[in-house]
Design a binder for this molecule. Structure first.
Ligand code: SAM
Length: 276
């Protein structure tokens, strides 16, 4: 008996009409659908009259359930993998099962479609050959700020964020990249109250606070690329290191900020860390 196929199926990120004909065909034809929350996937299936059996596969049971699903695939059954919204394994469960399928020699076939990251990036207007998909930053403030320090890059950054953390993250972004850097905020994409705005980071907080609804819903933040010039010509760490040989951290950070164009606060924190 030949092995079945693992279809990795993208589903809508809000508007159920975004389900592609091919994704619906795959969900209808599969022997089983592995999904995160069966209630969420049932809503999509009900809309299109699909009755395929569901199996819950989420971050807490992914490894155990994957073993059973791999057995089914080896026995010739075909499986569709979906997540609650968007593309599976993109900041969502699924990568473990896909990895194991490759190891087992099972054919893996993507059915492409919606993803909040590509939807937000496409609407950002930041013109770049590359962009960096960050997904979720660390939830804890200090870890998040540290992660951002490593992201002074000449590419747009695509960040997923939860509504209750969006203001804090925007403040951290403004501190790290400066108030003038542009950000695109994509909120509730494809849904009734969708909003996409582009503005300087220094104005983003006021924009969110201008409407109580704007601290709810789902967000993707796309940060404009950093300047290439500073990165190509000076190494901020080396500049700081040299200045710290003779100057106090606050003075060194002030001068390093003038030389590199990077925010003073971030350099000051680096200077303090180096002094320890
Ligand atoms: N796998 C999904 C994808 O391909 O887009 C992402 C799943 S991740 C767990 C959920 C995050 O995606 C949300 O916290 C939000 O940052 C973003 N997101 C999902 N749907 C969205 C929407 N309709 N509008 C804006 N952001 C969305």
């Amino acid at each position: 008996m030949s092995a079945g196929v693992l279809y990795v199926v993208a589903t809508p990120i809000g508007n159920l009409s975004d389900a592609s004909p091919r994704s619906l065909e795959a969900l209808r034809a599969a022997d089983l659908i592995a999904c995160e929350d069966t209630r969420v996937t049932r809503t999509l299936l009900a809309r299109y009259g699909i009755t395929t059996r569901l199996v819950a596969l989420h971050e807490h049971n992914e490894r155990a359930v994957s073993e059973r699903l791999l057995d089914a695939l080896r026995n010739g059954q075909s499986l569709a993998l979906v997540s609650d919204a968007g593309t599976p394994a993109v900041s969502d469960p699924g990568a473990w099962l896909v990895d194991q399928a490759h190891h087992a020699g099972i054919r893996v076939s993507p059915i492409p479609g919606p993803s909040a990251a590509s939807a937000a990036y496409s609407a950002s207007g930041f013109d770049s050959v590359q962009y960096l998909f960050i997904g979720f930053l660390p939830a804890a403030g200090s870890a998040r700020r540290k992660a951002l320090e490593a992201l002074h890059l000449p590419w747009p950054l695509v960040i997923y964020e939860a509504p209750h953390r969006v203001l804090k993250t925007i403040e951290d972004l403004a501190e790290q990249f400066g108030a003038q850097r542009q950000i695109a905020i994509a909120r509730e994409l494809t849904k009734k109250f969708e909003e996409v705005v582009r503005l300087p980071l220094g104005e983003a907080r006021a924009w969110i606070e201008a409407d109580a609804h704007r601290q709810q819903g789902e967000f993707v933040l796309v940060v404009a690329p950093g300047a290439r010039k500073a990165e190509a010509t000076v190494d901020p760490d080396a500049v700081l290191e040299a200045l710290l040989e003779t100057l106090a951290p606050s003075e060194a950070a002030k001068l390093a900020a003038r030389i590199t164009g990077l925010p003073k606060n971030a350099l000051y924190r680096k200077a303090l860390a180096r002094r320890k």
